[in-house]
Each structure stands twice: as structure tokens, then as C-alpha cells.
Design a protein around this ligand. Structure first.
Ligand code: NAD
Length: 520
């Protein structure tokens, strides 16, 4: 029998791994119309382990047609919220019951540490449960003008939602869009990230088993510029929910403009963690280590810039670097692993190029390359640069890996200017025990989400989204319901119809009174 060290140091290949992945359209697994496929690598060996169907316009057309039929003729949009809710709860039950297998596959495909992949699988189940509950508790506005009028909101699903997702926590991020989109009665076409299609291929079986009607969920794999592009440009897809890089968001924004589509954009980040001298320093070090090294640093809300008040700066940097050096880099399947392998050699090269840039921009105090003992695969040692100036590229640009920049500040004003001095505005983490400063600083910082004396822990009811280059619109809780529904206003006259009368002779005073009640 192998001891645990040997097991952990060996590449782990899950049992029953598929060798090909197809699209799922109208309840059937199908190949691309032109038979094309693309390679999928595992990030530990960088060997191709499966072929996925490479969707193009023809495949997207077929998927959208199926989703459109399910929307116009199928039962799903017309079912009672309680009936849809039951299906969503069953989906959550199935995901929960398979969390270990889901985590195993996700970890193998993406390089995420197994314990973190397991947490993400459970969060995916929770997303379905949350929206299952929310739609049955949903209330809508009614306004009355006594004796004259009642106005109410008739909330309706919109149609076929196009969902385009990234590779960093694939299954969980897909659930984040799938759950509210289908909970509200829409039908969907999902285009998952091409680096990590494995876990997405499991949705079809889960949905079938849970009783989701045929055609409600459709999946087209493929490259962004082919399958993603065709989905964005499809005239029968009125909504696009996209999570990915800010640059891709700009392209999608432009491509969706001629169709005036509803867009929700969750984009990149370069989030600051601001540590004031009066903070609980140990808690701040723990949280900011986790904040940038969890999920391999491939985390949109990573606190990848740490701003530290000068009086505690040297002590903070010393403690931080020492702890960063102890972060356990390991094989993704090993439960001891804290940082696994980056998703793909292309992304590894990008992160490593920033590590090299950082060496001339800041003072390297931890990491700085490949960790010892890992000659193959996309492993990067947790890397810490101190004394990083605000015009450095590693301060300004999203690296999306286990690399952090630390910068000192002298005053609260300077801290705010540094925090806001980038194009992004996704998250911010503020560490201080001064109540007034905590609130004033949080309100002034340009970020869609702020955590005070806390790591990133989010109640699903709260809005999620960024400002500036980090996003457009907010999802989360009832804001997701708002994005995936139309709120039609219905106005009913209770009294005698009060019509402005054109073409009858009236006094100027009567005409003015009629004009006052007309609008739009
Ligand atoms: P990406 O933009 O390269 O790809 C995201 C998705 O868009 C993929 O499915 C891709 O195939 C598709 N795509 C690419 N080009 C397209 C096009 N022209 N038209 C339509 N679709 C296209 O992003 P990524 O590298 O997969 O993910 C990492 C990025 O995602 C980082 O910037 C990260 O910050 C961001 N992210 C943001 C959040 C958030 O909630 N704000 C969450 C996770 C990740």
C-alpha cells in the first residue's frame, strides 16, 4: 500500500473519465454540425485528455431554436413557481449528493485544490436552493389610486437567455446564472469556458433526472470567438449574462448593441485590501493571504493589492511573506493542497510573465517562480512583491494568479487614492477598528462590494457586481430575478374612463386639464 505522501505526489486521474464531450441540444447529446472538436488538457500534465465538440454558428442556431421552442410551446414558463421550485430543489439535492465526484472532476480539469472544488460544488447546490425559495416567496408591486386606478407589475420571463461563463470556478459560476435564469421561467443556452468543459457536461444528466422539461437547458461547447460570438449575435437571444475578462466584455457589449440586448457583465478585478494600523493584524494577514491565494489566485474578487499603513508596514510585510512561503502548493487532488495548478499553460505563461515584470517593479519577498519539486504542470509559488509603486503594471493589471502587490500609505486620503487608482472596481477589503473611518472609507471606495474586517463571505441575497471596468449591472438575490424578467406595468381604471376628448369643442381650461393627465 502507498503511504499518503506518495499518493499525493502522483497525478490523479479520476475513474471513468470521458474521452469526448458533446453538445446537449433539445434533450440530446450531439456532435458539432461540422464534426469539429478541440483539445482539453489537464493542468498537472498538460496532456490532452479529451476532445470536446467545437460549436459554431450552426450549432448555436440549433440550440437557440430548441430553447425558443421550449419557451414558446413548452410547459416551463407557464408552470407555477412552486412547481418550478420543486425541480430546482431536486437539482440541488442531486448536486449535493454528487459533490465529491463533481469536485474530483472539477479539480482534475481546472487544477483547483480538491477541498476548494468541493466547497464550490456545495455552493452550486445552494444557488439552486436559494432561487427555488426566492421564486415562491417573490412578491411584486401594486399601487392604487383610491377609487380611480390600480397599477400592478406583471413579471414575465423574457425568453432564451445566453449564458457565457469563465473557467475559474466553472460549475459554480454556471449555477449562478443557470439557477435564476430557469427559476424565473426562461430557457437557456450555456456556453462554458473552453479550458474547462468537463463539469458543465454533467448538468444535462442532473437536469434530466430532476425533471427539467426538454429544451429548457441547452449546452454548446466551443471557442469564445465562434460559439460565444454566435450566441451574442443571435437575434432570438434577448439576454446575455457574461462573466469573464473586461476586454471580452467590451467586445460582447459592442456585438450586442445592434440588437439592444439585456446585458449583465461580471468582469475583471484588481481589488485592494486596505490595512490600517489599528486593525487586528493577525486576522488581516490571514484574510489577505486567503484572499489572494485561494482558488489559485484565479479569483475575480482576489485582494491582489494590499495597501498597508506605514507604521505597521515592515512588520506586516515580514509576517505576510513568512506565511506566504508556508502556503502549501500541491497536486490538486491532495486534501492538504492550498494552491494547486493554474488552469492552462497559456494562462501559466501569462502569470509567469507578470512574475518576471514584478521583479523589476517591486521587491520580491516570497515565491517568484516555479515551486520546488514541481517540474511539470502549471504550478506557481505564492508570490509576494513589496514596495510596489502605483504605476507598476503588477499594481494596475489583473494577473489572475497567486501573485500579490503590497504598497505602503501614510494617510487615509492616500490610501483611498491608491485604492481607487486603477480601472477596476469589483471588491475592496477594509481592515480597521475605527467605526467612523470604516464606514466613510467603505462608502468612498470605488468598488461594487466591500468587506469590512472580513474575508469574502457573501450572503446570497446581497447584490454581486462591479463598477468601472469590473462590470455592468448587479446579479444576486432579487436583482437576478429582475435581470431575468420583464416587469410589465398593467394599469386598470376603476372609475369612469377619463378620456381626453380630441375633436370636441372645449374651453382652453378644459383642454389644459386633459393635457395634465396625459403622459408619455
Ligand atoms: P474570458 O473573457 O477569456 O472568457 C470568458 C468566456 O467568454 C468564455 O466562455 C469564452 O469562451 C467566452 N468568450 C471569449 N471571447 C468571446 C467573444 N468574442 N464572444 C462571446 N464569448 C466570448 O475570461 P476567462 O479567461 O475565461 O476568465 C477569467 C476572467 O473572468 C478574469 O478577468 C476574471 O476576473 C473574470 N471573472 C469575473 C467574475 C466576476 O464575477 N466579476 C467572476 C469570475 C471571473
Amino acid at each position: 500500500m502507498m503511504d499518503t505522501t506518495t499518493v499525493a505526489a502522483t497525478r490523479h486521474v479520476p475513474a471513468d473519465l470521458p474521452t469526448r464531450i458533446q453538445h446537449y441540444i433539445d434533450g440530446e447529446f450531439v456532435d458539432s454540425a461540422d464534426g469539429d472538436t478541440f483539445d482539453v488538457l489537464d493542468p498537472v500534465s498538460n496532456e490532452t485528455y479529451l476532445q470536446a465538440a467545437a460549436g459554431k454558428k450552426a450549432d448555436v442556431d440549433r440550440a437557440v431554436a430548441a430553447a425558443r421552442r421550449a419557451f414558446t410551446d413548452g410547459p416551463w414558463p407557464r408552470m407555477l413557481p412552486r412547481e418550478r421550485s420543486r425541480v430546482l430543489h431536486r437539482i440541488a439535492d442531486i448536486v449535493e449528493s454528487r459533490d465529491a465526484r463533481l469536485a474530483e472532476l472539477e479539480s482534475f480539469d481546472s487544477g483547483l485544490p480538491i477541498t476548494q472544488a468541493l466547497g464550490q460544488a456545495r455552493r452550486a447546490a445552494e444557488n439552486f436552493r436559494f432561487f427555488a425559495d426566492l421564486i415562491v416567496a417573490q412578491s411584486d408591486d401594486t399601487y392604487k389610486v383610491p377609487g380611480r386606478q390600480i397599477n400592478y407589475v406583471n413579471r414575465k420571463p423574457i425568453g432564451v437567455a445566453g449564458l457565457i461563463t469563465p473557467w475559474n470556478t466553472p460549475f459554480m459560476l454556471e449555477s449562478w446564472k443557470l439557477a435564476p435564469a430557469i427559476a424565473t421561467g426562461n430557457t437557456v443556452v450555456l456556453k462554458p469556458a473552453e479550458f474547462t468543459p468537463l463539469s458543465a457536461s454533467l448538468w444535462a444528466g442532473i437536469f434530466e433526472e430532476a425533471g427539467l422539461p426538454q429544451g429548457v437547458f441547452n449546452l454548446v461547447n466551443g471557442l469564445g470567438e465562434d460559439a460565444g460570438d454566435a450566441l451574442v449575435k443571435h437575434p432570438d437571444v434577448p439576454l446575455i449574462s457574461f462573466t469573464g475578462e473586461s476586454r471580452t466584455g467590451q467586445i460582447i457589449f459592442a456585438n450586442a448593441a445592434p440588437f439592444l440586448k439585456g446585458l449583465s457583465m461580471e468582469l475583471g478585478g484588481k481589488s485592494p485590501a486596505i490595512v490600517f494600523a489599528d486593525a487586528d493584524i493577525e486576522a488581516a494577514v490571514d484574510a489577505t493571504i486567503f484572499g489572494v491565494f485561494s482558488l489559485n489566485g484565479e479569483r475575480c474578487t482576489a485582494g491582489s493589492r494590499i495597501l498597508v499603513e506605514r507604521s505597521i508596514y515592515d512588520d506586516f510585510v515580514e509576517r505576510y511573506a513568512a506565511q506566504a512561503k508556508r502556503v502549501v502548493v500541491g497536486y490538486p487532488h491532495d486534501p492538504e493542497t492550498e494552491v494547486g495548478a493554474l488552469v492552462h499553460p497559456e494562462h501559466y505563461d501569462k502569470v509567469m510573465s507578470y512574475v518576471e515584470i514584478g521583479k523589476s517593479e517591486g521587491r520580491l519577498v516570497a515565491g517568484g517562480g516555479r515551486p520546488e519539486g514541481f517540474d511539470e504542470g502549471n504550478f506557481v509559488a505564492p508570490t509576494v512583491f513589496a514596495d510596489v509603486p502605483s504605476d507598476a503594471r503588477i499594481f494596475q493589471e489583473e494577473i489572475f494568479g497567486p501573485v500579490v502587490a503590497i504598497t505602503p500609505f501614510d494617510t487615509e486620503e492616500e490610501a483611498l487614492a491608491l485604492a481607487n487608482g486603477v480601472r477596476y472596481g469589483l471588491a475592496a477589503y477594509v481592515w480597521t477598528n475605527d467605526l467612523r473611518r470604516a464606514h466613510n472609507f467603505s462608502q468612498a471606495v470605488e468598488a461594487g462590494m466591500v468587506w469590512l474586517n472580513s474575508n469574502n463571505v457573501r450572503d446570497l441575497r446581497t447584490p454581486f457586481g462591479g463598477v468601472k471596468a469590473s462590470g455592468l449591472g448587479h446579479e444576486g438575490g432579487y436583482r437576478s430575478i429582475d435581470f431575468y424578467t420583464d416587469q410589465q406595468a398593467v394599469h386598470i381604471t376603476l372609475g369612469a374612463a377619463h378620456n381626453p376628448t380630441f375633436g370636441k369643442k372645449e374651453t382652453p381650461a378644459e383642454m389644459a386639464e386633459d393635457a395634465e393627465t396625459a403622459e408619455g
